[in-house]
Design a protein around this ligand. Structure first.
Ligand SMILES: [Zn+2]
Length: 145
């Protein structure tokens, strides 16, 4: 149980608004990771694997904060942190875990030039765009990404 911060909650977001992003959600009563299919991802499995690592951090934060988060839910509902601060903390942790996953993957033997370039681009986007953007935009925008 994460005693710092507020409980994560089902936030009532319409599922169609989050259906096109990588996120976690309540699928009936099961807290579930949603990953979008990525074109050509079979050429570089690390990309999807590391996105799954990212979302699993949110899953873990949500579940440890509120194991009953999806209790009684019917259908599909969005899930959110108890506060923007909680969300930002989870997001930062998730991106850092994703980064470590990507950096490790660069060293794997299956990783050809195509995959390496893709991973390097992803690493650069996280370091130069997503993480810096967290500090500017997250306050106005609860969107999970
Ligand atoms: Zn995230």
């Amino acid at each position: 149980m994460d005693s710092s911060g507020e409980k994560w909650i089902k936030n009532g977001q319409m599922f169609k608004e989050i259906a096109h992003i990588n996120t976690i959600y309540c699928n009936d009563e099961a807290l579930t990771v949603l990953l979008q299919p990525i074109d050509q991802s079979h050429k570089c499995p690390a990309i999807v694997r590391c996105l799954a690592v990212h979302e699993s951090i949110h899953w873990g934060d949500a579940f440890s904060s509120n194991p009953e988060i999806c209790k009684g839910n019917k259908g599909k509902s969005g899930v959110g942190a108890g506060s923007h601060e909680d969300w930002m903390r989870s997001e930062e942790k998730a991106f850092n875990a994703q980064l470590r996953c990507l950096e490790r993957s660069l060293k794997e033997s299956y990783c050809d030039e195509y995959c390496k370039k893709w991973i390097e681009m992803e690493i650069s986007n996280i370091k130069n765009i997503y993480l810096p953007k967290l500090c500017e935009e997250h306050i106005q925008n609860e969107k999970v990404f």
